[in-house]
Ligand binder design. Sequence first.
Ligand code: MG
Length: 410
Amino acid sequence: MDEKKTESRAPWSAWTQASNSSRPGASCRVIAHLDLDAFFAAVEESRDPSLRGKPVIVGGGERGVVATANYEARRYGVHSAMPIRTARTLCPHGVFLPGHHDLYRDYSRRLMSLLATYSPLVEQVSLDEAYVDLTGTERLFGPPEMTARLIQKRVKEELGLSISVGLASNKLVAKVASDYEKPAGFTVVPCGREAEFLAPLAVQRLPGVGPALLRQLRSWGVATIGDLARVPLRTLELSLGEWGEALACRARGEDANPVTPGQIVKSISREHTFETDVFDPRLLESTLIALTEDVCRRLRQSALEARTVTIKIRYANFATHTCSHTLSHPTDVDEAFFREVRALFHRHWRKSSCLRLVGVGLSNLAPRAGQDDLFDQELPLLRELDLKVDAIREKYGKNAVRRGATLSDQ
Ligand SMILES: [Mg+2]
């Protein structure tokens, strides 16, 4: 938040004047990134107008953390992921609400169907965020800038929610643009001026620059994205490897990733056939846990959450059984599924019968809500652990880190 004050800020609001003229012959894509402002709190305000103008903090219980704070609450220093207790100290007169998950999902669905009326290429990133490729929609709806304005107006009128919009020639710059003037922002970066737009912004605004990288960049004297763009490629490559080149491209505002409408993944599953039939409960259980880890990792890679977990067991005689359990809230955290997998297994396995195959599947999938797991105090920590393990496995192979529970698998 603070870096906004130190950045030099110019208005960016028109697409047509400079685009294409600066790069003659260049055919640019037109991509909008849309992000609802303080989503959960805004839904609560829209349901109960008496909350307007008051600091509203949505989050779970006294031992939970803040999921969303509205802009009034942010003025007191309250922010997402902060313990509710701290938020109460900072803002004792705030309105603290437990939140309504189903309602937020419902609003999210309405937003996505509204967006889908403007382009077939809508990529939902989380409950309150999406990319829309508006390239070639001029003939139907007029200039993309007008279309984006119209979407913003309709979201306000039909959903009662404020949304920020960034319009640019690629996803990376559109995302930074939607965050440029939040809330209710409308920022347009003309084609060909991406690097110029990014240059004065604080380097941590660039997606992918996390705390560790930020420390390193600062030690080189890099404060803005423009500073980063001037670091010789060789220097970046030497200290960051392949990621160095990707980072250099980002600093110049280049991004070739297309808007990909959500692949309709219905389920993610994995199974394991034993070389010889098995009746050792410890081996069966540890195999199921390893499979659960694997499907959860794939879930996280796809930025999805699941509610239903299914196990499959096949006896030596090929008789096959599946059984499922559905959680009250969707999640992508390993630990949340382990207990259910174990319970399902012990409830359904005919003890002393050999198994030739076990499998685990996740279904009832939805894009990751991003903030939902903040309702539970433990889940964010477990999730962080899962992500660290994912990263280590990505780098050093699947067996680089193993849970105690899966060791008998060897
Ligand atoms: Mg948002």
